[in-house]
Design a protein around this ligand. Structure first.
Ligand code: HEC
Length: 273
């Protein structure tokens, strides 16, 4: 029986490797770009989140929803740092379908800070119909739902790479290689980073200079992709800064406690040693 145990382990690890390899099949690993919010002390760059919001609003929100984010979240601590007045003004640029009123009718009104971010489409079917049958997924949690690369050890060191996946996807459209041109499905685009790729129903959403920033920040495809992916990292984990701060405090607490326990142990065992 003993002989079988190492064999069993070998078998299991091989299985795990095979699954790991399978998960990576098809798509390229995301590009390893770095963000301000990485590492145990990393924080979101507020100006970048504000730019990312602008890219989302002006470009992505034409097709994608962001249902889990309300306008008022944009002024929450640890977020893009808009003031409450700015948030009210941002919300008021949207029209929200509301109701029924006391006559039982639906009506349109200006957005309020408490509204969830509205979607351009009334329902999934309408969104699919406008996008060649493919549903543009809600982007609130997308950076947690996708990984940029594979392997437990790799992800332990580099994180799961969700924001890098989104960055690589929106900036990584290419002309299809000549040998694949024949297979190109009608109305699809070539994107080697797409998990279910390489053919994707999303047209390349970004182009150089598509969004302009008041402070003249760079706005090439690469910059816009960085900003919007950082913004989507925040929507997926709005309490990240709080979590890191608590984690750090807990580590200090545990270190002090360990020190105290060490001296207590010395005291208790003084006569024995
Ligand atoms: C013209 C409509 C349109 C616009 C604009 C658009 N998308 Fe998409 N997007 C889609 C569609 C459709 C899909 C689904 C593609 C598929 O399943 O083939 C998609 C899929 C995605 C996915 C998911 C890919 C996956 O792994 O499943 C991400 C992430 C994404 N889009 C990000 C963005 C970002 C960020 C922007 C703004 C810079 C943007 N999209 C703008 C239509 C759009």
């Amino acid at each position: 029986m003993k002989k079988f145990i190492p064999l069993l382990f070998a078998g299991l690890s091989f299985g795990a490797l095979a699954i790991g390899a399978h998960a990576g099949e098809g798509a390229l690993d995301a590009k390893h770009i770095s963000y301000s919010f990485e590492g145990p002390f990393g924080k979101f760059d507020k100006a970048q989140l504000q730019r990312g919001y602008k890219v989302f609003k002006e470009v992505c929100s034409n097709c994608h929803s962001m249902k889990l984010v309300s306008f008022r979240n944009l002024s929450d601590k640890g977020g893009p740092g808009f003031t409450e007045d700015q948030v009210k003004a941002l919300a008021a640029t949207f029209t929200v379908h509301d109701g029924p009123n006391d006559k039982g009718d639906m009506f349109d009104r200006k957005g309020r800070a408490s509204d969830a971010f509205p979607w351009n489409f009334p329902n999934d079917e309408a969104a699919k119909a406008a996008n060649g049958g493919a549903l543009p997924p809600d982007l609130s949690l997308i950076t947690k739902a996708r990984e940029g690369w594979h392997g437990t050890f790799n992800q332990l060191i580099n994180g799961i790479g969700g924001p890098q996946y989104v960055y690589s996807l929106v900036s990584g459209f290419q002309d299809e290689p000549a040998d694949l041109a024949k297979e190109k499905p009608e109305g699809k685009y070539y994107n080697p980073y797409f998990v279910n790729g390489p053919w994707i129903s999303m047209p390349p959403p970004l182009s150089d200079g598509l969004v302009t920033f008041d402070d003249g920040s760079p706005n090439k495809v690469d910059d816009l992709a960085r900003d919007v992916s950082a913004f989507l990292a925040w929507t997926a984990e709005p309490k990240m800064e709080e979590r890191k701060k608590t984690g750090f405090e807990v580590m200090i607490y545990l270190a002090v406690l360990a020190g105290l326990l060490y001296f207590l142990k010395k005291q208790v065992w003084r006569d024995v040693h």
